[in-house]
Design a binder for this molecule. Structure first.
Ligand SMILES: Cc1cc2nc3c(=O)[nH]c(=O)nc-3n(C[C@H](O)[C@H](O)[C@H](O)COP(=O)(O)O)c2cc1C
Length: 210
């Protein structure tokens, strides 16, 4: 089994990375492979609302950059971890650009990420962690993913890179998340041959008035 983890921080070895790494350690203990991809430093532009992904249905974003490669990585994986630093109480900009594009492509191409296991983690100095965590969950839920939880919301504290390793409670939150994620991945793997999957329904797409 394989999980692909995305680090949305421009700082490769910052606190978001440490949060991801603690979760990943538990997955590795359970013999699940983890690949960490550093997104936050890449020049990724935002969605331009061209809807070519819906028109072409080729599992690609019309903007040709690393996003298309990463979409396929998620498609092939059993699970995903989305990790973001908190910037002004929200997802870091570059990371949001990636998520908007990848999850739109996945949605309009038949639900590429559907029924995978997806977790979210965030790192911040003081506040905005929960609102950022909530924002990340929106992507996972929209994609019909199964979301494992921990014993609190998945936020770790620190300002400078590595300070998160002093946040004892944050470390426990990530560790428990990793254990629960590993277990859920195994439940899905072992159960899917014996318990039929619910069929995918075509999305009813209204704009409130019609
Ligand atoms: C542009 C910017 C905005 C930030 N906004 C917040 C914020 O709203 N709340 C907060 O607690 N920390 C904020 N921080 C601090 C980071 O969230 C914190 O340093 C975090 O550990 C960064 O994670 P990283 O090491 O993975 O980059 C901000 C940092 C930057 C650079």
């Amino acid at each position: 089994m394989k999980v692909v983890a995305f680090n949305g921080s421009p700082r490769k070895n910052g606190n978001t990375y440490h949060a991801i790494k603690i979760v990943a350690e538990q997955l590795k203990n359970a013999k699940i492979d983890v690949e960490i991809i550093h997104v936050g430093i890449k020049p990724i532009r935002g969605c331009i609302a061209c809807y070519k992904c819906a028109e072409n249905k080729n599992e690609r974003c019309a903007i040709e950059d690393d996003v298309n490669k990463w979409i396929q990585k998620i498609k092939k994986a059993d699970g995903v971890i989305l990790g973001s630093p908190v910037y002004f109480s929200g997802i870091a900009g570059t990371f949001k650009c990636f998520l908007d594009r990848a999850f739109l492509v996945a949605s309009v191409n038949g639900g590429l990420f559907r029924q995978k296991v997806g977790a979210a983690v965030v790192a911040d100095r003081r506040s905005g962690g929960v609102s950022t965590f909530d924002q990340l969950l929106h992507y996972l839920h929209y994609a019909e993913m199964f979301v494992p939880s921990s014993n609190y919301w998945n936020v770790i504290f620190g300002l400078k890179p590595g300070e998160a390793l002093m946040d004892e409670e944050g470390i426990q939150i990530m560790r428990i998340l990793g254990k629960n994620m590993a277990w859920l991945l195994k439940l899905v793997e072992n159960g899917q041959d014996s318990i039929p999957k619910p069929e995918r329904e075509n999305k009813i797409f209204t704009n409130f008035i019609r």
